[in-house]
Ligand binder design. Structure first.
Ligand code: ADP
Ligand code: MG
Length: 153
């Protein structure tokens, strides 16, 4: 298991880091965002999406559960599965098409875990009780993400 840890003192730093990661995202990628409410999963997603689509307004897909953003060559699917109550709903949301033809950012990915490729990148966000500091832990099986993120982080 490859692991890498960063700290972000502010929301802007979290987004700045996410923007760097955005530069290496390709079709077929799955990024899982884990952390409690308010830890920064949507903030991180905004950093990625706005780096790829400057000027795009990125809201949390809390109620629709998914929002797609067209990129050159593929769509980026932003899921928030917090309110998903049946696993079967994933198909209605288009998870199959997303996995076959797009790239995915998934907040609260646990319910979908068994469908996700082993090559996924997991981003764990942890808030500090007293400050705005976030600890950001990256985890991936195999060497794919280590290779890709060399020189980026
Ligand atoms: N270092 C930081 N990284 C990310 N968000 C931060 C940070 N410091 C403060 N925040 C704030 O914390 C909140 C995180 O909310 P959000 O991204 O919606 O969390 P989640 O999607 O995990 O529930 C935002 O209001 C953001 O501005
Ligand atoms: Mg969120």
């Amino acid at each position: 298991m490859w692991r890498h840890e960063l700290t972000a003192a502010t929301a802007e730093q979290t987004q700045g880091f996410a923007a760097k990661l955005a530069g290496v995202i390709r079709k077929g990628d799955v990024l899982c965002l884990q952390g409690t409410l308010g830890s920064g999963k949507t903030t991180f997603s905004q950093g990625i999406i706005q780096a790829l689509l400057p000027g795009e307004e990125v809201t949390s897909p809390t109620f629709n559960l998914v929002k797609t953003y067209p990129l050159p060559g593929f769509d980026l699917w932003h899921f928030d599965l917090y309110r998903l109550d049946r696993r079967e709903q994933l198909w209605e949301l288009g998870i199959e098409e997303a996995l076959m033809e797009g790239a995915l950012l998934i907040e609260w990915p646990e319910i979908a875990a068994s469908l996700l490729p082993a090559s996924r990148l997991t981003v764990k966000l942890e808030a500090d009780a007293a400050t705005e500091k976030r600890t950001i832990r990256l985890e991936a099986e195999g060497g794919l993400w280590n290779e890709r993120l060399k020189g980026v982080l």
